[in-house]
Structure formats: structure tokens, C-alpha cells
Design a protein around this ligand. Sequence first.
Ligand SMILES: Cc1cc2nc3c(=O)[nH]c(=O)nc-3n(C[C@H](O)[C@H](O)[C@H](O)COP(=O)(O)OP(=O)(O)OC[C@H]3O[C@@H](n4cnc5c(N)ncnc54)[C@H](O)[C@@H]3O)c2cc1C
Length: 500
Amino acid sequence: MSSQSTSASGDARIRREQYHEADVVVVGAGIFGCAIAYALADQGRSVLLLERWMTEPNRIVGELLQPGGIAALKQLGLGHCVDGIDAIPCKGYNVIFNHIPSLIPYPTIDDDGNVIYAWGGQGKEGKRPEGRSFHHGRFIMQLRRACLAHENITVVETEVIKTLRGEYTDQILGVETRTKDPETGAKKPDYFFGQLTIIADGYKSVFRKETIGDKKPIVKSKFYALELIDTTLPQQNYGHVVIGKNTFPTLLYQIGTHETRALFDVPTGIPAASPAAGGVRNYIKNVAIPALPPSVRPAALKALEDGKIPPSMPNSWLPPTKQIPNGLILLGDAFNMRHPLTGGGMTVAFNDALLLSRLLDPSKVPNFEDSKAIRAAVNVFYWRRKNITSIVNVLAQALYTLFAADDRQLHALQLGCFEYFQRGMTDGPCGLLGGIIQRPAVLAYHFFSVAFLSLWLNALAICAGPLGIFKAPLALIDAVLILWKASCVFLPLVWREGFQ
Ligand SMILES: Cc1cc2nc3c(=O)[nH]c(=O)nc-3n(C[C@H](O)[C@H](O)[C@H](O)COP(=O)(O)OP(=O)(O)OC[C@H]3O[C@@H](n4cnc5c(N)ncnc54)[C@H](O)[C@@H]3O)c2cc1C
């Protein structure tokens, strides 16, 4: 590095530390905040990263990173953050439906990283990408350490309370915060200024309303979490999705040498988890745990023994909304969420950070004060990100609807989906789920293939009974209803996530 650029970065550091001024202020050192701060800093931008709690978070979210997220993490220069945290390699999924497993490994890829059997079938041998599962807090601390070590980033522990606007314009100039005095514990006001402010304050964002209006996340269920100690999953190094006859999906994945996470989906207001029925604990104990593989049940029951209601998080869907930035961009979960069934949130966040940083590269946007250039970049970002986000988000919402089926047609689609996997049609679906396939048409193809298989299986089941072929008209009516239901599930999601 030349002495000129060393002194420029030294000056920028002084401006950050003494005057609280930078090219960009990033709010929230979570998954997205760390990633975008690091990416922009690597391009030579001066970055202030503000986080309210710098201690290691203890959360039940963001514990499995899909291969598509790992690839983006590496391209961001943060690939090492999954090292040294006792992370477990993940080779794909084991979907257990009514105690019958279907193994869905991540697909084989060619030398350019393309999935070989994206449209059908299953590669037998060859290179396969991997995901990683881990303790969320350990991973976050690795990301934060990388930011702390970057010469162009200053990380400050402070709680952002509001944005600052120009006196005569609507332009956002930075943020007002409250910083704790380490000696007295008293909180004092602080101010941080950036040509651009990026807010990534997570699912409960307090800046959402100001930025994208009254858009509220839709929450239909919660995940309740247990940490199972020294349990054995039926398939080592695979994430597990378990669906019993009368249960909603449960996720199982190993997050450390001795720890396995169990996440039980409990839809809002279901009678089986009502206080009269003994509440959520009873539902988990008496309904959800018996549907788990036998090797896992003892550890799950033991984890429930403390008598407490397990920690929970809402499972939200928040489709993206177009922003016209006035010095401020809202991103990460604050801007766009999907059901965590498919573990896609971090993959979206890292791909978003990668794409946005490329669009904001100094060769394209030399100065963040150029609001016209920022708006143009954010507009391109909004549409281009859909190549991956529309897949991850639509798949998460559609699969959840199928896996938590609550009517006849959805049950038929659910059966069709498992039969599809059983017939070896796994590389395409798992490539989509893993964030490796970035072609939305492949998702549409597989979804409607499942729908047609479902109506065929349903017709065979109807005609197999007494009166056989004479019930064909009934099967035909059912076929129309199933296809209609599949379209009602899929097409509005595609429209909202892909075209709006
Ligand atoms: C139950 C559940 C399980 C999930 N499992 C997975 C999974 O396995 N794989 C996956 O990829 N995704 C998963 N997700 C989604 C994933 O966790 C999120 O998509 C991801 O964490 C979003 O990152 P973010 O940076 O937007 O928010 P966060 O990671 O939540 O970061 C927000 C940060 O902002 C800080 N902050 C908030 N307010 C302020 C403020 N006022 N001032 C300063 N700092 C502030 C917070 O302290 C936090 O550090 C799951 C989600 C849920 C609900």
C-alpha cells in the first residue's frame, strides 16, 4: 500500500473516530450489516458500523448456511468466518414424512458451479457443494471480528434511535444514537454522519415504517427451539425436516459437536397448542416429539425437562418493497423476510450484500453524495436480486404451505412432493433450496411437475377402490381442484416476489 493511501485511510479513521463522519453509516452488526460494511470497506469506503449489543448473541436464528450463502460469503472475503467455530458440514436434507425418509443431497455441479441435473434427476458422482451449520452467536462474532480488524471500519457499540435529516431537504444525513458510558452506565446522545446510511436492524426494525411505509410482516406460525445434547440424527451431516401425520414441520440440524437444534413449527391459534390443551410445551411433548426419529426423542424430552416454555421466534413473510433512497437504504430482514423452513435468510443477505456492493463499486459510484447514482444502483439491485431471492422466498413460502397442509388438495400436493423426492427428482429442488440455482424458471418447472404428479397419484388412488374406473369423473374434478390450489399457492407468491 502506498504511503498516500495509508495516510488517506488514517485521515478517514480520524474522521470516523473523532468527528463520527464516514462515507457510509451501517446500522446493525448482524448478518447483513457486517457483510455490507465489510464489502464496502474492502472497496476503500470509510465505514461506521453501529451495533447496540456487541456481546455474543444467544439466538435461535441463522444456524444453517446454505451452499449458495457459503459461496457469497467467500466472494465477500468472509469465508473464514465459518472456520474455528465448531461448524458442522451440511450435505443436504433428509425429509422424513410419516417416518419414511427421503434423502435429498445437494446436487452435483460442474467446474463452473452449475447444477448438472437442474431440470430432472439426480447426479450420482461428482463435486457437490456443502453448507455449514453452527451456533449463530459464534458466527456473528466471527463476522464482527472481521469488521473490527478492517482498517476502513470503525465499530461502535451504540443504540440508534432516529435518523437525522437535513434542515432544508429530506435527505438523511446520518443517525442519532444513545451510547452507554462504560463508567457510569448512563446513556448519552451521540450523532453519526454518512453520505449514505444503510439500516439492517433485523426483523423487528423500528425504521421500516419510515422507509417503506406500513408494510407489516405476515406471521402465521412460530418456531419453538430446543437444544438437544449428544443426540444422533438418522443421517449425519444432513439437515432434517420431519413431518408427522398430525404435526407441523420440525427442523433438526447439528450446530456443534455435541449440540443439535430442534425447531418446532407451531401455527398461531392451533387447538392442539391452546392453553386448554396444555399449551405449547404439551403440544411439543405429546404430538411433535413422538413424530421425531426414535434416536432423537430421548434428547428432545430431556431438553424439555427444565419445565420452561422453549424460546421462540415468529416465522415472518415480508415481501420486498421498492425504495427510492434519500440517503438511506433499508436492507436485510428489515426489508425482506421469508419462512425459515428452508434456512434461506442468510443466503439472501450475503447475496444481497455482494450484489449491492458491486453496484456501488467506486468505479460506478465514485461518491455516495451522488444521490442520482445511488438511486439508479438501488433500482438495478431491486430487480437483479430477484434472480435468487424470488427463488428462495417463493420456495420457502410454498413449501411451508405444502408441509403444513391443512386441506385435502394441499395434502394431495404434500404426498406428490414426497413421491417426487422418492422418485429421485432431487437435484433441481435441492439446488434451488441451497441457493445454487439462480434461474426462477427451474422453480416453476419443479413446482408444477409436483402438482401434476400429485393429481396423477390422487387419480390412481381414487380409481383403485371399488367402482374403479367409473370414478374417473371424480378424479378429474379433484385434478382441477388440485391444480387450482397449486396455482393459488404458487402464482401470487411469484407475482409478489418476482414481478413487483
Ligand atoms: C426461527 C428462525 C430461524 C432461522 N434460521 C435460519 C437458518 O438456519 N439459516 C438462514 O440462513 N436464516 C435463518 N433465519 C433467518 C436469518 O436469521 C435472518 O435472515 C438474518 O439473521 C437476517 O440478518 P439481518 O442482518 O437482517 O438481521 P440480524 O441478524 O437480526 O441483525 C440485526 C442487528 O441489528 C442490531 N440492532 C437492532 N436494532 C438496533 C439499533 N436500534 N441500533 C443498533 N443496532 C441495532 C441487532 O442487535 C442485530 O445485531 C431464521 C429466522 C428465524 C426467525
